[in-house]
Ligand binder design. Structure first.
Ligand code: F6P
Length: 387
């Protein structure tokens, strides 16, 4: 993955020339996205300085599931743009704000005291119109009408798909910033909001442990994550949960094996609390899993769904720092001509990653942690014997 990242040390100097778009620039930009029009992947690249006009007006929006730290990212974008004398507007309710021409001017004063706030001052939403055939071209026409030279999208893979669909019709530059509690975006070690969501889940699981210990009960705690087990694995490992159920660890769910492990733990240590962190499953409710396990273990299993609680709250320090770093970096990179890229962080270094690749493959979990958890969970076979 690292080799795909375009590290940006050589592009660090913001260029803020007064150049106006030339015919060649616009044509070149059109050519850049033509392959996408033909159903191929769009090419992402730096536009050379003569091919990207000065950015006078930048728009920012937050889209998809909100994540703690989105406000910190908005603030960084606005502050960084202001330093370059760029006018900033914020579209409300994700891409819907473009179609509704619902936007607000954003100055450093407007974002002065938002770094600690959860949610997003620009509101968020998923946008149906963007997925309709005429949606992307309509959005591009409105962006042109509003003289938006560059668009910053803070969101997850669905939002980035919207951005990629927009590109063939839009003459400005587009850059993404990963903001989702799921941490399922390729091209960045962490997405904004993930660390806070793990902390929130941990706080809940630790509390559930107290009551589970008191009653010597079995609990299944469901965390979010859509198709990814990142959140479940992080919360499960950090709370020393006895089991984590997520796609990466359980491609095939083996409830009899889990029931055997519960019985084994009870034989070894007597009746005790037992916590299973479950990544939300598509079409399989955790309450149903708890009922099935109750039948298999003849012990009362309780389900606790943490749900949207995990999306709220004040961002932890690492999300604020990541958001600030990526917001600033995104604006700097726009000034050097970055287009159709996501500003991410790998190994502590900010870099760019092609936007259309961010959701292309399942982001692999940390191999060391995956191995650790696999060893914890596979130390016994389904008969409850050590293997
Ligand atoms: O993508 C973020 C996320 O919170 C997922 O973890 C979850 O599956 C989904 O959004 C929930 O979406 P909604 O808020 O539309 O219910």
């Amino acid at each position: 993955m690292d080799t795909d990242i375009i590290q940006c040390a050589q592009h660090n100097e913001p260029k803020n020339d007064k150049q106006q778009p030339t015919e060649a620039a616009i044509n070149s930009h059109d050519l850049d996205v033509m392959p996408h029009k033909q159903g191929l992947q769009p090419r992402t690249r730096y536009l050379s300085s003569e091919h990207h006009p000065r950015i006078h007006r930048l728009a920012v929006l937050t889209s998809g599931g909100d994540a703690p730290g989105m406000n910190a990212a908005i603030k960084a974008v606005v502050d960084a743009a202001d330093l370059q004398h760029i006018d900033v507007i914020g579209f409300m309710h994700g891409f819907n704000g473009i179609f509704d021409r619902d936007y607000v001017p954003l100055t450093p004063r407007d974002v002065k005291h938002i770094i600690h706030l959860g949610g997003t001052i620009l509101k968020s939403a998923r946008c149906k119109t963007m997925h309709e055939t005429q949606g992307p071209s309509m959005a591009a026409a409105i962006l042109h009408e509003l003289s938006v030279d560059a668009l910053v999208i803070i969101g997850g893979d669905g939002s980035f798909r919207g951005a990629t669909a927009l590109a063939p019709y839009y003459h400005g530059q587009i850059i993404g910033i990963p903001g989702t509690i799921d941490n399922d975006i390729d091209g960045s070690d962490y997405s904004i909001g993930f660390a806070t969501a793990v902390d929130t889940a941990l706080d809940a699981i630790d509390k559930i442990r107290d009551t589970a210990d008191a009653f010597e009960r079995i609990f299944l705690v469901e965390v979010m994550g859509r198709h990814s087990g990142y959140l479940a694995m992080a919360a499960g490992i950090a709370s020393a949960a006895e089991q984590v159920i997520c796609p990466e660890l359980h491609p095939q769910l083996d409830l009899p094996a889990i029931a055997a492990d519960i019985r084994y733990a009870q034989q070894q240590n007597g009746k005790q609390s037992y916590i299973i962190v479950v990544a939300e499953q598509q079409g399989l409710s955790t309450t149903h899993l708890a009922d099935e396990l109750t039948k298999l273990t003849h012990t009362d299993c309780r389900a606790c769904v943490l749900g949207h609680l995990q999306r709220g709250g004040s961002p932890v320090f690492s999300d604020r720092i990541l958001a600030t770093k990526l917001g600033h970096f995104a604006v700097q990179q726009l000034l050097t001509g970055a287009h159709l890229m996501m500003a991410g962080e790998i190994g502590g270094v900010a870099g760019l990653y092609p936007l259309h690749l961010t959701g292309e493959r399942h982001k692999s979990p940390d191999p060391a942690l995956l191995l650790w958890q696999q060893q914890q969970q596979k130390s016994r076979d389904s008969s409850g014997e050590d293997v």
